[in-house]
Design a protein around this ligand. Structure first.
Ligand code: AMP
Ligand code: MG
Length: 336
């Protein structure tokens, strides 16, 4: 008989529930995402959003999979990293379900889950991963029993940076797809700060300079919003591509995976594809449905950890808002 894991994603804006079986087949993916009317994500408002919708999303996910709670064999939840007050809702609901149903519980690192869903959905074994989202910008690869971090942002995540710029330009959240569409209408490049420090990246100078362009008297005279959007994307994505290429040369991985919400961007995909061709490396972007935060990636990573280590005790399921993906081992990757 098939065994099922129900996964709960609750690190930031998305309350996501996914159901997978222990062989990795996906049976349901349901998200309810908090959209701020203006400004960024206020943890207290996101928490209220998740508290409001959690049962509804779980019920929808079960009915989508044509299952009932009694058919579920394992509960997984995003334990780290993320917004503390929001992570707590996922942990609370997951603990409650596990105890009421008397089934095992397993906590999952959200960044590792983005890698694992990519490996599953793209059928790749051992990629160098560029994970770019609203909250994270990380280049990582498996080495010595961990997902080691080869490069990361020192300040803003690239998705957050683009969303903030879009907001300054009067565009609604999420700004990423809108900036992509505006950028595709321009070929003009305005020089902007390019900040790669060693293998790490900094986006705050780029953000401030792009914002200043919007406020300049030359705006709509010498250049348009399309031109600034194009210049912002070209600069940010060239930085990401440079770090990814250097990590690729160092690790000599034969596959590159692009994941996280920003992976949807066609221009970024094109740039990463280019370096992969140069290095004779296979390139895969996670299918759009699984690129942003979702419960399926949590469920599947929960299955992997459970099958190699068993479930977590309640005392081991305390949330960890700052845990890095290289702080924990990934026993299911060890070649037996
Ligand atoms: P996540 O945090 O993984 O759920 O992804 C959300 C982030 O992805 C937001 O910052 C979005 O603006 C960004 N995003 C989604 N689609 C695109 C796109 N086509 N280009 C750039 N960023 C995008
Ligand atoms: Mg994410």
């Amino acid at each position: 008989m098939k065994k099922y894991c129900l996964g709960i994603e609750s690190t930031a804006h998305t309350w996501g529930v996914g159901i997978v079986d222990f062989e990795g087949e996906n049976h349901s993916i349901i998200n309810d995402t908090f959209m701020p009317e203006k400004g960024g994500l206020h943890p207290a408002m996101v928490r209220e959003h998740h508290l409001h919708c959690f049962a509804d999303v779980i019920n929808k996910s079960l009915s989508d999979a044509r299952l009932s709670l009694r058919d579920i064999n394992l509960i997984a939840f995003s334990q780290s990293p993320g917004l503390g007050p929001v992570l707590k809702i996922g942990a609370l609901v997951a603990r409650m379900l596990s105890q009421i149903l008397n089934i095992p519980l397993v906590g999952v690192n959200h960044c590792i889950a983005h890698v694992e869903i990519g490996r599953l959905m793209c059928n790749i074994k051992d990629p160098l991963t560029l994970y770019v989202s609203g909250g994270n910008t990380i280049v990582s690869a498996y080495e010595s029993n961990r997902y080691q971090i080869f490069g990361e942002t020192l300040d803003l995540a690239v998705g957050n940076m683009i969303d903030s710029f879009a907001r300054d330009a009067g565009l609604s959240h999420p700004g990423g797809p809108k900036i992509e569409s505006l950028a595709s209408k321009s070929e003009k490049y305005i020089q902007l700060p390019y900040a790669v420090k060693g293998m790490d990246l900094s986006f705050s100078g780029l953000y401030t300079a792009a914002k200043r362009l919007l406020e300049s008297p030359k705006f709509n005279d010498k250049y348009t919003l399309n031109d600034v959007a194009n210049s912002l994307q070209e600069t940010a994505f060239a930085m990401l591509t440079e770090v990814t290429e250097r990590a690729l040369a160092h690790t000599e991985k034969k596959e590159v995976l692009l994941t996280g919400g920003v992976a949807a961007n066609k221009r970024l995909q094109q740039m990463i594809q280019y370096i992969c061709d140069e290095h004779d490396t296979r390139f895969e972007a996670v299918p759009l449905k699984f690129a942003g935060d979702n419960g399926v990636m949590i469920a599947w990573t929960g299955v992997l950890r459970y099958l190699s280590e068993g479930g977590h005790e309640i005392s081991e399921t305390i949330i960890n808002p700052r845990e890095r993906m290289d702080q924990i081992t990934v026993p299911w990757r060890i070649d037996k």
